[in-house]
Design a binder for this molecule. Structure first.
Ligand code: NAP
Length: 266
């Protein structure tokens, strides 16, 4: 089996990465950063997000597993003390795969430049970098509402515990192939009106955000900004992606238990 390791870059994560790497190599697994079967991240959910984007072109062949060296993660759900146990599992056990839905984002531009397609593991956001963002929200080709405010967030079920949660969105179980649209400070008065609550769309319902005012916008995909094209964004199209992310599961750790341990009590 071919593996790769990725560290957040702090001393603890680097050391843990090195020691796991040595043990896996000793057991005759192959270190292959180009085409790994399994990617082990050490750090936090942010580290796993970065690894996801590094291997987003080969999701069908790559499984992810994460160790958290800080607080409990949603993707990184192993603790450093379990690292040896995880190594033994990787060496000996044929692991189960758990698949989570992803968000597909297609950005089209006003000046005829080629559209760009991205996959997000957590979410995509669109925000104005100057004044309010005004855009039509179309669902399945019909205008649903005209949004005016700071911005909008489209999240995956597994990303619902991240930025989406801070915006008052619901937490969705990752077995629900869906995307959630939540608002950032919408203006609601007698002139402008939006639903004002998060919306959950099923697979095959497309949500199209069509920009109506001439502002420069910032579009994010997980931890990064879509580069260079702020001025000319015309539409941002979101739907559940055909692709899925695959996590290697060696022991059960139910999603609601992770939610409870992260936000309520251990
Ligand atoms: P960051 O700003 O360094 O960290 C954002 C925090 O979000 C970290 O504590 C990270 O956990 C956590 N996180 C990431 N994915 C999560 C998930 N699916 N469920 C629960 N928590 C999660 O940025 P980053 O580490 O590069 O992560 C980028 C993410 O930050 C974005 O995708 C967005 O969801 C989130 N974000 C949140 C807010 C907010 O809540 N107001 C604002 C901006 C961005 P770890 O510490 O384990 O890495």
């Amino acid at each position: 089996m071919k593996f790769s390791v990725a560290s957040r870059g702090d001393n603890l994560s680097n050391e843990l990465c090195e020691s796991m790497k040595k043990k896996l190599l000793k057991a005759d697994l192959l270190l292959d950063h180009e085409e790994p079967d399994i990617v082990i991240t050490v750090g936090g959910d942010g580290t796993l997000l970065e690894a996801f984007h590094l291997y987003a072109h080969r999701l069908e062949e790559t499984a992810f597993v994460g160790i958290h060296t800080g607080h409990l993660g949603f993707y990184a759900d192993w603790v450093p003390e379990e690292a040896d146990h995880l190594v033994t599992h990787i060496i000996k056990t044929p692991y189960q795969i758990v698949e989570y839905p992803l968000l597909e984002v297609v950005i089209r531009y006003r000046d005829g430049r080629a559209s760009r397609r991205y996959l997000a593991l957590n979410e995509s956001t669109i925000k104005s970098s100057e004044g309010s963002l005004v855009c039509n929200v179309e669902i399945k080709g019909e205008v649903f509402e005209t949004f005016r405010g700071d911005g909008l967030c489209m999240s995956t079920p597994s990303g619902s515990t991240a930025y989406n949660k801070a915006l008052g969105g619901a937490i969705l179980h990752p077995s629900l192939a869906s995307i959630q649209l939540s608002e950032m400070a919408s203006i609601n008065n007698r002139v402008y009106r939006t639903l004002g609550s998060p919306l959950v769309l099923p697979q095959h319902h497309t949500c199209l955000l069509k920009l109506l005012n001439d502002v420069s916008v910032q579009v994010t995909i997980d931890h990064f900004n879509v580069p260079n094209y702020e001025e000319n964004v015309d539409t941002v199209q979101c739907r559940v992606a055909e692709e899925k992310v695959r996590f290697a599961r060696f022991r059960p750790f139910p999603f609601w238990k992770r939610v409870k341990e992260s936000f309520i009590s251990e």
